[in-house]
Design a protein around this ligand. Structure first.
Ligand code: ADP
Ligand code: SF4
Length: 697
């Protein structure tokens, strides 16, 4: 072909074609390299329809393999009250078959992560003694000990795993896991020297500790390997140094010893807080330095994770021979259609995971997950919400949305999809509201994706008008006379101390020395007016107090972190961040005073009171930052209600508060609120969700 001849019609995204190669995994073949690794949903066996629909949507969105979360194989592995998968006996098969049918409907493979949780399960429901390689107290805080398994127990466990694998095959799964990860399963416990102090052939030496894992892989292959692939999930590093499994130590030895035994190696970090690190503490690809060796020791396909959302990074991983399959949990939650969007070249429309772990919070609180970026997650069945499709409005009427934070932007975006004309007015000079403010705080830059994804979409559509620097009043709104008005005007941090520990305003505050998160977000550390130490009083208990402590410590301020809780940011245990947050404050020399309330404030000191006793402590205090609670910015709502008699003449039919203006909460809830408004705008009373606890009987 000469140089001036046109080249053959190339795919618009030919550079990503490699991501759509089929990959053979033992006896099955995945249609592409996108692999939704096992992840919890907070639904599992308790909400099987919801679970199946969530997984089905991922297959529809192009994930070549869609996995369940961990699935308990036997009543001796009972994680109650967590809503994990369950396959104790044949009665559990129909619920799991819903998952495989939903996934197969889109030509994808369904994987199941069989799990026996050993000393990680306290067996609260089944009330049987937990099992462990060596007798030990269980994980968590149950005052319960696991008993040491004898040879008969080990044989029984192997039989349970085989039986569960057969049930999984019966339920239609294509890939069946032996799971040795996260310090959460018996197979992992047997491998780890600190859990396995046996002196028989299942403990002691490396080969002995490996024995059960090898046997279970062999058992599973023999039982179901004719038609199902047998995958292994192995944590290759625990980030504990020599006190735990290391990628350049025993993990490598394990993979070398078993290299060709399983059909697939799914490798990651342990424990869960290391595996699912948030963007505050790690970048995309943070696991690569631990997992990249695996392909050099096996010819079997390898899948790994690292919050991958960039197709260029994915291609690099494949081309460098680091991975065969791009594993994802959170990126597939934030955007179930990520693979299809890459395929069709709609890269800009990908809702990139922001790495906040609000999704993880669902599982950690035993309820269906939510996602900051994807308001439809876990609502696929309950509310019939599809992540990409929203029905057009039968009779579209214009909507004016006041406030361009996450609630307003999501409402505008979703309404534009419904075919109505939308005006979005924002008082400030930038879009994003609190997301823009918070993304400027230490470690939270990725949160700006909540704004960026939506702004890009709003700028593409013809039926949305965007107005910055447009603070609107009730008078303005009457003049415009738009049929529907949504108020997404956000909230303001309180200056009076009202919160959980103090349900009424604190009368003793020196207003001139009190700061709020809003002050620090708008002015940075220059908001500090005094040379003395800055006390942060955190009664909010999530991320804000600690992020502000970091901000001030980074600016060279002496910071004292006071909280009524026993630890810093206890709610962040649910997002798996608590230990890292507390460690970071300690490293920044922030003085931490737990179990304390603010009792008084004088010229240069604050009086702290013990939450249990009358004991008090005087602490030097220049400024006091109150991170307690927020007040909705609902003045406009009250102003409009005061002129409700004029609405009809003005052409206004409805006025609705959404997001923080209605009730200050997580960013995820603001996005959800905006989405919900757009989904249900045509109803006087929104249709109620389906109730699985009634229907699935
Ligand atoms: P949410 O989390 O509910 O979306 P935010 O606080 O993030 O709330 O965003 C609210 C946005 O509303 C802010 O950017 C703020 O500037 C804007 N806003 C507040 N009052 C008005 C108003 N009267 N007119 C226009 N924009 C407003
Ligand atoms: Fe990502 Fe946050 Fe959504 Fe989880 S909740 S998938 S971390 S954006």
């Amino acid at each position: 072909m000469s140089a001036d001849q046109p080249s053959p019609a190339a795919s618009p995204n030919a550079q990503y074609d490699v991501l759509f190669d089929p990959v053979k995994i033992g006896p099955v073949t995945t249609p592409n390299r996108f692999y939704q690794v096992p992840h919890c949903t907070g639904m599992g066996h308790r909400y099987p329809q919801s679970e199946a629909h969530l997984r089905g949507v991922k297959a529809e969105g192009g994930w070549g393999v869609v996995s369940t979360q961990e699935v308990e194989i036997h009543p001796t592995s009972d994680l109650t009250p967590a809503n994990e998968g369950r396959l104790w006996d044949a009665q559990d098969v129909p619920a799991l078959r819903l998952v495989t049918e939903a996934v197969h409907a889109h030509g994808c493979l369904a994987a199941i992560q069989l799990a026996h949780n050993g000393l990680h399960s306290a067996n609260r429901y089944t009330r049987v003694a937990p099992l462990a390689p060596t007798g030990a107290i269980v994980d968590g805080d149950d005052p319960v000990q696991a008993r040491m398994m004898d040879k008969a127990d080990i044989a029984a466990f192997r039989a349970w795993h085989v039986a569960a694998a057969k049930r999984a095959k019966d339920a239609g799964f294509d890939i069946i896991y032996a799971y040795a990860g996260h310090d959460m399963t018996l197979l992992h416990h047997f491998l780890l020297a600190r859990h396995n102090q046996r002196t028989d052939e299942y403990g002691g030496s490396f080969q002995n500790r490996l024995r059960l894992f090898r046997e279970v892989i062999e058992d599973t292959k023999e039982a179901v390997g004719d038609t199902c692939a047998v995958a292994v999930r192995l944590a290759v590093d625990e980030l504990m140094g020599p006190n735990g499994m290391q990628h350049d130590g025993e993990a490598r030895d394990i993979i070398e010893a078993l290299a060709e035994e399983p059909d697939l190696w799914d490798v990651n970090l342990s424990n869960w807080s290391n595996d699912s690190q948030t963007s505050r503490f790690s970048e995309e690809g943070f696991q690569e330095k631990y997992t990249s060796f695996v392909k050099s020791v096996t010819t079997k396909p390898v899948v790994g994770v690292g919050r991958y959302t960039s197709p260029d990074t994915m291609v690099r991983l494949i081309k460098k021979g680091q991975l065969d399959l791009i594993g994802a949990a959170r990126p597939s939650i934030a955007d179930p259609f990520l693979p299809n969007k890459i395929k069709s070249g709609e890269i800009e429309t990908i809702r990139e995971c922001i790495g906040c772990n609000i999704c993880v919070m669902g599982d950690n609180t035993s309820n269906p997950m939510r996602c900051t970026q994807n308001p439809t997650v876990a609502e696929e069945w309950r509310r019939g919400w599809h992540p990409e499709i929203i029905p057009k409005l039968p009779d579209p009427e214009p909507v004016l949305i006041v406030g361009g934070g996450p609630a307003g932007m999501e409402a505008a975006r979703a309404l534009s999809q419904r075919g109505t004309d939308v005006m979005l007015a924002e008082a400030g000079k930038t879009w994003g509201g609190r997301v823009t403010a918070e993304a400027a705080l230490p470690g939270l830059a990725a949160w700006g994706r909540v704004r960026d994804t939506r702004l890009w979409q709003l700028q593409q559509v013809p039926n949305v008008e965007l107005y910055l620097e447009s603070p609107l009043t009730a008078k303005d709104l009457l003049e415009y006379g738009t049929a529907h008005i949504a108020l997404s005007t956000g909230s303001t941090w309180r200056r009076d101390g009202t919160g959980r520990a103090n349900r009424l305003p604190l009368p003793f505050l020196d207003a001139g020395r009190v700061l709020t998160p809003d002050d620090l977000m708008t002015q940075g550390a220059s908001a500090v007016t005094s040379d003395g130490p800055v006390i942060i009083f955190d009664d909010d208990l999530f991320y804000m107090g600690s992020v502000l402590a970091e901000l001030l410590a980074n600016a060279g301020k002496e910071v004292v972190f006071v909280t009524p809780a026993p630890i810093v940011a206890p709610w962040s245990e649910r997002t798996l961040e608590q230990e890292r947050i507390q460690r970071r404050l300690i490293e920044r020399n922030v003085r931490i005073i737990p179990l304390s309330n603010i009792k008084g404030m004088s010229q240069e000191t604050a009086t702290l009171g013990c939450v249990y006793s009358d004991k008090e402590l005087q602490v030097a205090c220049g400024n006091l930052v109150l991170v307690t609670s927020r007040t909705p910015n609902d003045q406009l709502w009250h102003d409009l209600n005061a002129v409700q008699d004029q609405w009809a003449d003005a052409g206004i039919k409805t006025v609705t508060r959404i997001g923080d203006c209605l009730a200050p909460s997580l960013i995820a809830m603001a996005v959800y609120s905006g989405h919900d408004y757009a989904r249900t705008i045509e109803f006087d009373v929104s249709p109620g969700p389906l109730r699985e606890d009634i229907i699935f009987r």
